[in-house]
Design a protein around this ligand. Structure first.
Ligand SMILES: [Zn+2]
Ligand SMILES: [Zn+2]
Length: 261
């Protein structure tokens, strides 16, 4: 069952937002698709009162993924790992669709591990936390971008550059999972378990659908502007108006820069 709530989509929003429990079927109107939660009550094995204890699991989850590069995304059962002491268990509410997802699912880049479940712009509600988690409580909203783990001990990790981990960053999907069997599986799913250090807090009141694309397209384009200290009145060139490009325009405008094409 698919419903679209186009009225909530900003005209400039080019990223597609995928919401839990729904198919990526039919036509995705470029620039303006938002899938809504089904009206029927969600069934979940995870209690919403934080009843999941550290060490329990693994947990059954639903996902949209591909079994091989020749087929489209389809509903498939997956498992999420047992809840570790530093893990946050998210009931996924929204997941942006990044073009990397499509390339990976279709095997257009070398090295796709199948089954492949894409999705690395994840926003979810915390339904359980491990007993050593300090940053989140049940009911908080958390976001997960393109990384979910790293070695934690190499010079890059210790410098806060986990994306350059010498021993290999663990990406949100299509990476060997350090904590569980098989490759990591992404956010086109109803649940995910991620170490708290790779989950960011989403402030109360945030537009959660609009927040999701910030977790890849947003940070990717924010980073160079921040690094080069883009300021009011400066000019910035943005090549392409896709998922990243349109966010870059918004960020540049927010910094009162002048967009040059
Ligand atoms: Zn991405
Ligand atoms: Zn490392």
């Amino acid at each position: 069952m698919i419903q679209r709530t186009l009225s909530t989509v900003r005209p400039i929003l080019i990223d597609v937002v995928f919401q839990k429990g729904l198919a990526l079927g039919s036509t995705l109107a470029a620039g303006s698709a938002l899938f809504s939660r089904p009206a029927a009550a969600e069934t979940s094995a995870v209690p919403s009162d934080g009843g999941v204890k550290t060490g329990s699991g693994p947990f059954a989850a639903r996902a949209y993924g591909t079994a091989n590069p020749k087929v489209g995304l389809a509903l498939m059962p997956i498992e999420r790992r047992p809840l570790g002491p530093k893990d946050v268990f998210l009931d996924i509410l929204f997941c942006g669709v990044c073009h990397s997802d499509i390339h990976t699912a279709r095997g257009e880049w070398p090295g796709t591990l199948y089954p492949s479940v894409p999705g690395h712009e994840i926003v979810g509600r915390v339904v359980a936390v491990g007993n050593q988690v300090t940053k989140f409580r049940v009911g908080d909203i958390g976001g997960v971008g393109c990384m979910v783990d790293s070695c934690g001990v190499c010079p890059q990790c210790l410098a806060g550059r986990e994306q350059s981990c010498i021993n290999g960053t663990t990406y949100t999907y299509n990476s060997p999972d350090r904590a569980f069997r098989g490759p990591t599986l992404g956010g086109y799913s109803d649940k995910v378990i991620v170490m708290e250090s790779f989950v960011i807090r989403i402030p109360p009141g945030a537009d959660l659908a609009a927040t999701a694309p910030l977790l890849c397209a947003g940070v990717t384009t924010f980073s160079p502007m921040h690094h080069w200290k883009l300021e009011s009145g400066q000019r910035v060139g943005i090549i392409g108006m896709g998922g990243l490009g349109h966010v870059a325009v918004k960020l540049a405008v927010a910094r009162k820069a002048v967009n040059a094409d």
